[in-house]
Ligand binder design. Structure first.
Ligand SMILES: Cc1cc2nc3c(=O)[nH]c(=O)nc-3n(C[C@H](O)[C@H](O)[C@H](O)COP(=O)(O)OP(=O)(O)OC[C@H]3O[C@@H](n4cnc5c(N)ncnc54)[C@H](O)[C@@H]3O)c2cc1C
Length: 462
């Protein structure tokens, strides 16, 4: 449904003509994201480039009853930025992309929400500091999107995820009023932990306009290695073995044989295509000797658990090749077939071997091509179903398999999503993981902060 010309002019008055997209061809680019779902073209797209304009845009949209979809780079994989219907506005944050402060003394930074994650990490690294969360999409994703999804990454096991680095933020509420939470101090208990509430909020509670981010000193030494297995279950058992030996690698990733083959075909990184599975492991710390000792302990656990070989990266170039291969997993798999349904089931670490086996069984049962990789150290699996959405019969099998993957994760006391969020794609499973009372409680909270339920309608709790 089109928005009245008068209202369009109101937005243009606030934002300038160049920051309001009205043409269908322009709006189409904001009708989809990383999920395998039908696109919905928004009626209007607004791209404020000043914080005060972001607030005024939210106010004008809300007062006029427009459904609001806030969008960073649209890399989410669950339909969180697909408008529910074509009668609303997409508010883009990617022109709010200033790094406002990097404070080397007090170890924090202040950013606008549209700053690209990798650009931020590089800017703080240039000042001798470290921002650990590194989602696979970091070269494109925004920090606002990372916060709203509580994005994880390869370093989650030791360094935590996005929420562990949020010290505070400013948020525009539904009236376009600026709400402040947290501070630049290490400790702050003066108000509700609204920043905590905003992490995982998926654009349903308000719009972040600035974020205060914790920084840490970088590790001084690291060792990366690749452990090869002729039996995938042994690889997954190694994960529990490493943790049980009280070593916390910064990264502990799993790739099954299918993933290795697709990645190798795509990247020619020298991955062992004969291996049933590989673990990609990195240990780091403040001293060479300590890291050496941890690496030796990890290698011993890998051997005890039956790995066939461990290849330790001899230099920075070999290390970079290991991680490029891992980061190439999703793009390589996405190129294999017309569609990829990438799931995110997560289980307690000790159940990781059971979950890997369950996914293999489900793939076999439904005759589907499923490649599995993921953040093994976090119990976070990405079973990736390679398919063609246009093939109705095949896609019905995909949907049945996804249901069973979630059932298995819940049976192992896991969760629907470790890092990709709920969006539109998984909203219908929310009650299954929790209960009716939890869904109602969350909806009441949402109604209190968004009385007309216009923020990201049709997502998360429906
Ligand atoms: C190749 C690839 C690899 C990926 N790897 C990972 C990974 O390793 N770990 C991981 O966690 N995810 C991963 N993802 C998923 C995705 O990149 C992350 O969820 C990321 O945080 C999304 O950032 P974005 O800027 O694209 O946000 P968008 O997709 O634009 O939005 C995500 C959510 O944030 C909300 N939002 C955005 N900006 C704001 C704001 N200013 N205020 C309020 N709400 C806002 C949106 O409404 C939406 O609900 C991957 C995706 C791809 C395509």
């Amino acid at each position: 449904m089109p928005i009245s010309q008068n209202l369009v002019h109101e937005f243009i008055k606030i934002l300038g003509r160049e920051n309001v997209f009205t043409e269908e061809a322009e709006r189409q680019s904001y009708s989809y994201d990383g999920a395998v779902l039908n696109p919905v073209v928004p009626a209007l797209v607004a791209a404020p480039d000043r914080q005060e304009d972001l607030g005024r845009t939210v106010r004008l949209a809300y007062e006029n009853g427009l459904p609001i979809t806030v969008r960073g780079s649209g890399t989410n994989l669950s339909g969180a930025t697909i408008p529910e219907q074509g009668d609303g506005i997409v508010i883009l944050t990617n022109r709010l992309n200033k790094i406002l402060e990097i404070n080397e003394e007090d170890l924090y930074a202040v950013v606008e929400p549209g700053v690209i994650t990798a650009r931020f990490a590089a800017a703080v690294a240039a000042r001798g500091l470290f921002y650990p969360p590194d989602p696979g999409s970091q070269s494109v994703s925004t920090l606002g999107g990372n916060v709203a999804r509580n994005a994880g990454g390869l370093r989650g096991l030791k360094y935590g995820v996005t929420k562990d680095y949020i010290m505070g933020m400013d948020i525009f509420d539904y009236r376009g009023e600026l709400v402040k939470t947290g501070s630049r101090t290490v400790k702050c208990v003066t108000g509700y932990n609204l920043a905590g509430l905003m992490s995982c909020s998926e654009g349903t509670l308000g719009v972040f306009s600035t974020i205060i981010i914790k920084l840490v000193p970088p590790p001084r030494a690291s060792r990366a290695m690749l452990a090869l297995y002729s039996d995938a279950r042994r690889a997954s058992e190694t994960v529990a073995g490493i943790i049980a030996a009280h070593i916390v690698p910064c990264t502990l990733e799993f790739m099954d044989n299918k993933t290795v083959k697709y990645v190798e075909a795509d990247t020619r990184a020298g991955l062992p295509v004969e291996a049933a599975a590989v673990l990609l492991i990195e240990v780091d710390g403040g001293h060479e000797q300590m890291v050496e000792e941890d690496a030796a302990k990890v290698i011993a656990v890998c051997r005890k658990c039956g790995c066939t070989d461990v290849r330790v990266a001899k230099n920075a170039e070999e290390k970079a090749r290991i991680w490029e291969a891992r980061r190439g997993a999703l793009p390589a798999l996405a190129r294999a077939r017309p569609s990829i349904v990438l799931e995110d089931a997560t289980v307690p670490r000790s159940r990781f071997p059971d979950m890997v086996t369950a996914v293999d069984d489900i793939a076999l049962k439904h005759k589907l091509d499923v490649a599995t990789f993921g953040h093994a150290g976090d119990g976070n699996l990405h079973p990736s179903i390679l398919c063609d959405r246009r093939d109705k019969e095949e896609f019905a099998r995909v949907e049945a398999a996804v249901d069973e993957i979630f059932d298995a994760a819940l049976k192992f006391q896991g969760t629907l999503s470790g890092e990709h969020g709920i969006g539109m794609a998984k909203a219908k499973w929310m009650e299954k993981e929790t209960n009716r009372a939890t869904v109602e409680f969350s909806k009441n909270l949402r109604r209190a902060l968004d009385p007309r339920m216009l923020f990201n309608a049709g997502k998360k709790y429906v």
